[in-house]
Design a protein around this ligand. Structure first.
Ligand code: GLA
Length: 387
């Protein structure tokens, strides 16, 4: 399904460059619903695409560089299509573009172009604005350069940008959800098979209210990579007793308990989180199937408690948002979503109470922290495409 951007990208492109673009592409952010830090442990995640997108419009041109204007950053970058792409400038949005172009350059010939970008996905909030930028630019530039890949390979290309160029040892969840997301549907992804193995409709009488703690979540500078190392150490240690264990995906709660004394205590806590998240994903999808939304909501709370205590990827502000949600009418579950260490919390709220809920939680958060949170209802959008 081709999307009409909320802002007319074609007109913006025309007003800037005086011509129409050749290709336009879009890619959504994602909401991680259950299954925190399970993707790089080859486990399961329940996620969805957001109805907020990043759009890229591009046209081939005669010059010796690529010119890209970002409307949300109010910034234009001119990139030479040569080895200088390897030079990363700390904090620059265009690093993601450079990483994408380097990857595309391994698959085909890069030709000079003009592009514009417009993003609705909140930045550094835990909704994968970076994956939305990688995927939308991959789709737009890939089409322009005549590079064809299947969806899974596009997701892996985006992940390589994060892993090799940005230095974040992330899994495939973000790019995968951005590409495979389906309107009004939650997708169950298996990151061993690297497939969507199940889907469930999102209940129409509930919505996700997103409450952004405004604590900047910058995973490259956070302890994300340390968490991953901890999970890998735990799996290696458990493997000594249970040789069939390749990743934490293979560990049951009973196995973990048996190894409690031999796994380093911090690594044990990280593993306990990942193992219980895998379990919550399965129970969560069952609850949704049975229409037991309250039970499903209780799993969101359980997931957050495990993040707070075992994985230690929450922060006092996110803990407050989740805790206070229990006392505001309409909410039946809340948790941090995504990498953690700041960013957003997701709140499962009765649709007709969502506006009131947003106001109340904003007041509570401001009173507690002095910070104005960003709050909005986030719909479940469709996966990335080209038009
Ligand atoms: C970030 C990473 C993902 C995933 C989540 C946590 O969004 O990019 O790969 O690990 O954190 O589930």
């Amino acid at each position: 399904m081709a999307l009409a951007p909320k802002t007319n990208l074609k007109d913006k492109f025309h007003s800037l460059y005086g011509v129409d673009p050749d290709v336009m592409a879009y890619a959504p952010g994602r909401i991680e619903i259950l299954g925190n830090h399970t993707d790089y442990n080859e486990g399961l995640v329940l996620s969805s695409a957001t109805d907020l997108y990043t759009y890229v419009a591009v046209k081939e041109c005669k010059s010796n560089s690529a010119k890209i204007h970002s409307f949300d950053m109010a910034n234009t970058e001119e990139l030479k299509l040569d080895d200088s792409l390897k030079v990363k400038i700390p904090g620059k949005w265009s690093n993601y573009i450079k990483g994408v172009l380097l990857e595309l350059g391994r698959l085909g010939k890069l030709t000079p172009f003009k592009a514009v970008i417009y993003s609705e996905v909140p930045l550094s909030a835990g909704m994968s604005s970076s994956a939305a930028l990688e995927v939308s630019s991959c789709f737009a530039f890939g089409k322009l350069f005549g590079i064809e890949l299947d969806k899974k390979e596009w997701a892996k290309l985006g992940q390589r940008v994060e892993n090799n160029y940005m230095g974040l040892k992330s899994g495939l969840l973000d790019q995968f959800s951005s590409i495979y997301g389906e309107k009004d549907t939650l997708i169950l992804c298996d990151f061993r098979k690297i497939e969507v193995i199940d889907k469930v409709k999102f209940p129409s009488d509930y919505v996700f209210v997103i409450v952004n703690s405004m604590i900047k979540h910058n995973l490259v500078e956070s302890d994300y990579n340390l968490r991953r190392e901890s999970c890998e150490r735990a799996a290696a240690s458990i493997q000594k007793k249970f040789p069939e264990v390749m990743k934490l995906r293979d560990v049951t709660p009973e196995m973990l308990e048996e190894c409690r004394g031999t796994v380093d205590f911090t690594d044990y806590k990280r593993a306990a989180h990942v193992v219980s998240e895998g379990d919550l994903v399965i129970k969560g999808i069952e609850a949704l199937r049975k229409g037991d939304i309250k039970l499903f909501g209780s799993y969101l709370y359980a997931s957050h408690a495990s993040s707070k205590v075992n994985f230690e990827n929450s922060c006092p502000e996110l803990d407050f948002l989740v805790e206070v949600s229990r006392s505001i009418p309409g909410c039946i579950g809340a948790r941090l979503s995504g990498g953690g260490f700041g960013g957003i919390s997701i709140h499962l709220v009765k649709k007709e109470m969502a506006d009131d809920y947003r106001k109340r939680i904003a007041v509570a958060y401001k009173t507690q922290t002095g910070k104005e949170p960003q709050t909005f209802v986030c719909g479940v959008g469709c996966g990335a495409g080209v038009y």
